[in-house]
Design a protein around this ligand. Structure first.
Ligand SMILES: Nc1nc2c(ncn2[C@@H]2O[C@H](COP(=O)(O)OP(=O)(O)OP(=O)(O)O)[C@@H](O)[C@H]2O)c(=O)[nH]1
Ligand SMILES: [Mg+2]
Length: 300
């Protein structure tokens, strides 16, 4: 590699549900971070690495910033989001094309005073038929903060992502790549498998989903080319267990079969998945339980 190569860390921040994880997956070209229509899907710091001819971008996905004060898990997740905005080269604030909401302003206010360049990405513009209609929002945004750039994008369709990458690249330092060119994330296959199970719970349970739901992988074995996985779904109350299992176990069965399809696509082999639902009262407010589930590793 010659001296013109650029390498750096780029953190994505924004309120829950603006599309941070969808954008990372799109940029990296693989699903490494789970997504759903439910706010607060991402709970961990996850990096997505994109390597081009002359640059390597390390995108850091963060959990959407919780505005309500909650249990230990909410506080831990917020700390993860804030810690990921330090010691990086570029910050990307994502908002939606519908405009600024209070929760977006809270995230913006957390960035005030930073010396790191901040780029505003206005996401979901596939929903805006006439792009001229974005001009007042761009104008308003430029008055709110000294953004280095304001770029309308669509993480879903890929609209304007070339321009977005070009803008980000201009703020990356000249440096050699920090990761092998074929590495896409820092997370293990085990971690992504666990997350793919959680994704189905988030996608399939909708509004009735108890927030205090987590997944622990208890078995991970390759047996003659078949990946055999055992996972426990942790809930907080017996009533939540009934919701996840559903009538005659139908809900859990469907979560299992959809998760298995995703796991097979990810692992590139046949998967056998066994799921259990386990009640652990108060786990979301217990530091010991959060440690066991890996929630504090992000802060180390
Ligand atoms: N129409 C449209 N939908 C999008 C776009 N980007 C993301 N979405 C949808 O928005 C929802 C939330 O996306 P996520 O990527 O999970 O959002 P997030 O910001 O990571 O959310 P948290 O992890 O909860 O903070 C999902 O249903 C996505 O499919 C986009 O560009 N256009
Ligand atoms: Mg996310």
């Amino acid at each position: 590699m010659n001296g013109t190569f650029q390498f750096g860390f780029v953190t994505l921040v924004g309120r829950p549900n603006v599309g941070k994880s969808t954008l990372i997956n799109r940029l990296v070209g693989e699903k490494i971070s789970i997504t759903s229509h439910r706010p607060q899907t991402t709970r961990h710091r996850i990096i997505g690495i994109k390597t081009t001819e002359d640059a390597q971008f390390v995108f850091v996905d963060t959990p959407g910033f919780h505005t309500e004060r909650g249990k230990a898990i909410n506080r831990t997740i917020n700390r993860t989001a804030v810690a990921s905005t330090k010691d990086v080269d570029v910050l990307i604030l994502l908002i939606e094309s519908v405009g600024w909401r209070d929760a977006d302003t809270v995230v913006l206010n957390n960035l005030r005073g930073t010396s790191i360049p901040v780029i505003l990405a206005i996401n979901k513009v596939d929903r805006v038929r006439n792009k001229q209609n974005l001009l007042p929002l761009i104008e308003e945004s430029s008055r709110l903060f000294d953004f280095k750039e304001i770029i309308p994008i669509s993480a879903k369709t890929g609209y304007n992502l070339d321009r977005f990458l070009g803008a980000v690249k201009s703020y990356l330092p000249s440096a050699a790549a920090g990761f092998p060119a074929d590495q896409l994330t820092d997370r293990s296959e085990r971690f992504i498998c666990t997350e793919l199970v959680r994704e189905q719970i988030f996608r399939q349970l909708g509004q009735e989903l108890p927030y205090a739901t987590a997944v622990e992988l208890t078995g991970y074995d390759d047996r003659d080319g078949i990946l055999v996985l055992q996972a426990q779904i942790w809930v907080d109350k017996p009533g939540h267990k009934a919701i996840v299992i559903g009538k005659q176990g139908q809900r859990l069965k469907h979560i299992g079969s959809e998760a298995r399809k995703q796991l097979e696509r990810f692992a590139g082999k046949k998967v056998h998945l066994e799921l259990w639902v386990k009640v652990r009262s108060g786990w979301a407010d217990s530091q010991a339980a959060l440690n066991a589930l890996g929630y504090n590793e992000d802060l180390r």
